[in-house]
Ligand binder design. Structure first.
Ligand code: SF4
Length: 349
């Protein structure tokens, strides 16, 4: 039997994932859930706070964000939203780099996260010391990093990008004759390289969720549902991307469910996204793409274990206590702001 431990890890991503993911999130039902939801809404009002939740977080958190004037989106829009919303406190439900990005862009605001333990294998797989050495070993290249990185890595970069804007930015740089260092996601980097033809040196980390999607099992599913459109996030392996009808960011995949005429969709990204996809097209059938854990042996099974650490209980806790505030050292923040701001300005063009 194949287990998670059999997945070959690159040196850069040698992270004992299961050892780091602890703490079950309590699930509330019925009146208990209604009570805690009301408490959260009340605290948001009293604390002049707004909830910014990623698509991969708990459905109930996404719902509260929507109902209280917050946001449910991908990391690009999460970054933009915090920048423009007047609330003095941002509650960022997601993983650590998202809270840091909010703080980089909004130093005057209080940024709280439901948990500080929610990491990302891409961030963990790109330690600043090794990354600086890698960049210094290849001078003259423009350094482009994915948003899923620490504030320190962003500070070393020339550009920050999200999956929603990566192709446009790299095309732009390639057209200007620039050679590129890309970090940390190797699958997304390879996809960007293939689509743009740019000269790219790839860092070798990967997302533990998307890297589990498997092409052979997906082909079997496609045989069962030949009428389904295949939607794939570009953090997935190349063999899975090759089977896609649409490759794109989480927002792009939600749009595809709404816009394409198909009635069935096989979706290769975190299944937290199904909440928004069902809203976008309630009459359509969504099918999870198969992961490494077809035999229920995987650790992620198409759901990010770090995103799953965000729950009703810890959102209420940080609102009541002010714990888990995000701080970014000012000299790092100023440098990280330059590369992040470049992306936001480019996105407006
Ligand atoms: S789904 Fe993957 S890329 Fe997203 S936070 Fe989890 S580990 Fe990181």
């Amino acid at each position: 039997m194949v287990t998670r431990a059999d997945i070959p890890l690159t040196p850069a991503i040698n992270v004992p994932v299961t050892a780091q993911i602890e703490g079950a999130v309590p699930h509330y039902r019925g009146a208990g859930r209604e009570r805690i939801v009301e408490q959260i809404k009340c605290e948001l009002r009293e604390q002049d706070a707004v909830l910014v939740a990623h698509y991969y977080t708990d459905t109930h958190l996404q719902k509260i964000a929507e109902e209280t004037g917050g946001l449910v989106s991908d990391s690009l829009d999460m970054a933009r939203f915090g920048n423009t919303h007047p609330a003095s406190t941002l509650i960022v439900a997601g993983v650590r780099f998202m809270g840091e990005t909010a703080k980089i862009l909004n130093p005057e605001k209080r940024v709280l996260m439901p948990t500080l333990e929610a990491e990302c294998s891409l961030d963990l797989g790109c330690p600043i010391k090794d990354f600086v050495h890698f960049c210094d070993t290849h001078p003259g290249r423009t350094v482009v990093v994915y948003a899923n990185t620490s504030a320190e890595v962003k500070a070393r970069a020339d550009w920050v990008v999200t999956s929603g804007i990566a192709l446009k930015v790299v095309r732009h740089l390639h057209d200007r004759g620039e050679k590129i260092i890309w970090a940390p996601d190797r699958h997304l980097g390879r996809y960007v390289q293939k689509m743009t033809g740019a000269d790219i040196l790839l860092w070798q980390a990967e997302c533990i969720v998307h890297s589990e999607f498997r092409a052979q099992a997906l082909e079997r599913l496609i045989e069962r549902y030949p009428e389904a459109a295949i939607l794939v996030h570009p953090e997935s392996p190349e063999s899975v991307i090759d089977l896609a009808d649409i490759v794109g960011s989480t927002t792009r995949l939600i749009d595809a469910v709404r816009e394409l005429p198909n009635k069935k969709f096989i979706v290769a990204t975190d299944n937290g996204i199904f909440y928004k996809m069902r809203q976008a097209a309630p009459d359509k059938q969504l099918i999870e793409a198969p992961t490494f854990g077809e035999g229920a042996t995987c650790q992620s099974c198409a759901h990010c274990p770090w995103m799953a650490m965000n729950g009703l209980h810890n959102v209420l806790h940080v609102l009541q206590t002010g714990e888990n505030e995000i701080h970014v050292e000012e000299s790092v923040r100023v440098e990280a702001l330059k590369s992040t701001q470049k992306m936001l300005e480019f996105a407006q063009q």
